[in-house]
Write a protein that binds this ligand. Structure first.
Ligand code: MG
Length: 363
């Protein structure tokens, strides 16, 4: 068959078209407004909704889904996250998705900041890979879903009356995470304790600026049945936190002070552990690396999340058998989750055993 007859044969044309179609990946982005069940207040802000970036990566008949929750503290929003994905569109549609580590390394070199956008891309690629291999993501990471920890359920800062109501609504969760860091810390904890005696974890979100105040509050919290305190002082006050740690018994966990892998070594000794979030790290691959680095330094590890739907929370849950603590409740705090993925039974994270993230449409 010469070239002309080859190109002219209908069967050959359809073969070429089919393979051209299979090779061409597509990337679509969408911003979805997630509505919070309760106004969400921390030391940093108060809001009724969050705009998150969603990404669909399609190739070879499989769609991988990703999500990124832009973090205002790091100058990210849904517009900048979406623009970031668009800026690497041709790289994503022309690269071989099986080379996901190479793709993400290149994106980390090319893009400054914008970790929520990086997380959305990483999660979509890993969902695609898991579906193509026909295995759930936890299996890809070599983990046992039975090791997934209990997740805390978070209670944002509010009046004592609403705090009591939220605590009652959280009856299904065996461990609560209470946001503090304002002048109302004692009344907040007392409101929770008037309703329940279950274990509490406390997140001050950098709220205590004075090291002696931090020591006083942490020692008071120890008497209230608190298991650990997250980010008591501002992120840059590592030496002050080291001073505090030598005067308290409760473990201290770094969140805002621990954004990236390179932050971890200098936190050892000031903090007992780190809170890893996909949106801070830039996805599952980087989160996995951070968890391993922290473990190598003898630190405890925790997986947290932003206000996110089941895409991002399920992705983090697939890594959760690796960590000591989970605070993966972002999807439980919203009223319009577009997907279903990880479930919670008596507080324990139940990972989907479907391929990839294992997402289903909501409803
Ligand atoms: Mg935190």
């Amino acid at each position: 068959m010469n070239r002309r007859t080859f190109l002219g044969a209908p069967a050959a044309v359809s073969f070429l078209a089919a393979h051209a179609g299979a090779a061409a990946a597509t990337v679509e982005t969408q911003v979805i407004r997630l509505k919070l069940r309760h106004t969400w207040t921390t030391v940093m802000s108060s809001s009724d909704y969050r705009d998150n970036l969603y990404l669909q990566f399609r190739a070879g008949g499989v769609t991988g889904r990703g999500e990124g929750a832009p973090i205002v503290r790091y100058h990210e929003d849904a517009v900048s996250a979406r623009r970031t994905v668009e800026s690497v569109h041709s790289l994503l549609t022309s690269a071989d998705p099986w080379q996901f580590s190479k793709i993400m390394a290149e994106l980390f070199r090319k893009i400054e900041g914008q970790y929520a956008a990086k997380a959305a891309i990483d999660i979509a690629l890993m969902d695609w890979v898991g579906q193509k291999l026909g295995i759930p993501l936890y299996r890809h990471f070599g983990l046992d879903p039975k090791d997934a920890p209990v997740t805390t359920f978070s209670i944002g800062i509010d009046t004592p009356e609403i705090t009591r109501q939220k605590t009652r609504e959280a009856a299904a969760y065996p461990v609560l995470k209470i946001k503090v860091g304002l002048a109302t810390d004692e009344p907040t904890i007392e409101a929770v304790r008037s309703v329940t005696n279950k274990p509490l974890r406390v997140d001050a979100n950098e709220g205590w600026k004075d090291k002696e105040e931090a020591v006083r509050k942490i020692n008071w919290l120890e008497k209230q049945g608190v298991e650990f305190v997250e980010q008591p002082m501002p992120a840059h006050m590592i030496e002050e936190t080291r001073w505090v740690r030598s005067r308290v018994h409760l473990p201290l966990i770094a969140d805002e002070a621990c954004r990236h892998a390179a932050d971890i070594p200098k936190l050892a000794g000031a903090f007992d552990g780190i809170n890893v979030k996909l949106d801070k790290a830039g996805g599952l691959l980087e989160a996995w690396r951070m968890i391993q680095i922290a473990k190598s330094l003898g630190m405890r590890t925790m997986l947290g999340c932003m206000i996110s739907s089941s895409v991002s929370v399920t992705a983090a849950a697939h890594l959760s058998p690796l960590v000591d603590y989970a605070d993966l409740d972002g999807n439980l705090l919203i009223a319009n989750d577009p997907y279903r993925g990880v479930q919670v039974q008596n507080g324990k994270l139940i990972l989907p055993d479907r391929p990839g993230l294992g997402l289903l449409p909501a409803g």
